[in-house]
Design a protein around this ligand. Structure first.
Ligand code: 0X9
Ligand code: ZN
Length: 361
């Protein structure tokens, strides 16, 4: 079973309750925090920090950051992020490897970076699942209702906050719909190839770099801490992606080629170590397709902390839950190929900071 024992997808309320539960269970090693900006619909974005003496002031220990659900429909990305938190908290004191890691590092966990979008997707998605149970194949004939496959956030009109309920009514299925792609909104390479200037496009980049509270949150969090390694979880394609999202000869915003990351060898080596665990392909972001304005391109290029996108799962945005369990543990169809071990290796790398010097962004 998963560290939490869960057998079904979490709702937004479940995530928030689980973070509070972990803090109740082990107040000594779990510190809940709120991200600085509320979502566009006014929701608080929650996270937890895990580590020994977590309530003491910053002590220079390296920080590992793991997050999920930039993209609303990518449910396993939040599940695996949350399960890793359960794993660390429930094994502290009994598992020597984990206990040691909680001694040496602090871990930031933000399972739902885009709560507005996720809420719309999960609400309609669970409804969809129920309908599938009731009427067999009918749903696939009718098509998917509502927002189950929504990708973006809840920006309705650039520069304006959404009215209550507005985003839920505006169908964003399949990605064409309202909102900004929070994984095209980060600064650094913002505005380049692989991101759209068109509002309804699935990869709409927003009015400017960091125009959205959801990306401002991650910028401010990462910039304020010594984040030596970061993983941003997505769904799907079984990939470990490393910077950059565009080829080295692509001209960047400063008029020069973006070039190869200075740490390419080390980034590739850690990618390979993690990929050896989850069985994924270890490639540059651009080898999938061009992207600009992504989380790890910004974080790596700005702070020097290593950043990766995990694309979890083979071919579905939200597969049946038993697959999520196997993908975390490395069981069943995924025997020996779990993300648990890949995350632990990333955390170990975060501790071993000889590899990379981090400059707060
Ligand atoms: O397009 C994306 O944002 C990611 N794929 S997804 O299917 N989850 O939407 C890929 C992001 C890749 N990151 C970089 N190339 N840096
Ligand atoms: Zn994604």
């Amino acid at each position: 079973p998963l560290p939490s024992g869960r057998t079904t997808y979490r709702t937004l309320a479940d995530y928030n309750a689980d973070m509070a539960d972990l803090a109740d269970m082990r107040p000594d090693i779990v510190k809940p925090f709120e991200l600085p900006h509320k979502s566009l619909e006014g929701k608080t974005v929650h996270g937890i920090e895990i580590g020994h003496d977590v309530h003491e002031a910053e002590d220079g220990r390296p920080v590992f950051a793991i997050m999920g659900l930039h993209h609303a429909r990518e449910w396993p990305s939040g599940e695996l992020t949350m399960e890793f938190a359960y794993d660390l908290v429930t094994n502290d004191g009994s598992d020597e490897r984990i206990t040691n890691l909680l001694d040496k590092a602090r871990i930031l966990v933000i399972p739902v970076t885009n709560p507005d979008g996720f809420e719309k997707s999960i609400n309609d998605g669970l409804l969809l699942d129920l309908r599938e149970l009731d009427d067999g194949g009918l749903v696939s004939i009718l098509g998917t209702p509502g927002n189950a496959y929504k990708r973006k956030n809840c920006r309705m009109v650039d520069g304006q906050e959404p009215l209550a309920g507005e985003c839920a009514l505006a169908s964003s299925n399949g990605g064409f719909g309202v909102g900004i792609d929070t994984n095209r909104n980060y600064g650094g390479l913002w505005g380049g190839p692989g991101a759209s200037p068109e509002f309804f496009d699935p990869t709409y980049r927003g009015a400017g770099p960091f125009s959205e509270p959801e990306t401002q949150n991650i910028r401010e969090l990462v910039s304020s801490r010594q984040v030596t390694t970061l993983i941003t979880n997505h769904t799907f394609s079984n990939l470990v992606l490393r910077p950059n999202g565009v080829k080295p000869d692509t001209i960047g915003p400063d008029g020069h080629p973006v070039g190869q990351p200075h740490d390419e060898e080390e980034l590739k080596a850690l990618g390979a170590e993690m990929a050896a665990q989850n069985g994924y392909r270890n490639i540059h972001g651009w080898e999938l397709y061009d992207t600009t304005g992504t989380t790890e391109d910004w974080s790596y290029n700005t702070t020097g902390g290593f950043g990766y996108t995990f694309e979890i799962g083979e071919s579905e945005f939200h597969p049946p839950y038993p697959e999520v369990i196997d993908e975390y543990l490395g069981a069943g169809e995924y025997e020996g190929k779990g993300n648990r071990e890949a995350f632990l290796i990333a955390l170990e790398n975060a501790v071993n900071t000889e590899n990379h010097s981090v400059i707060a962004g």
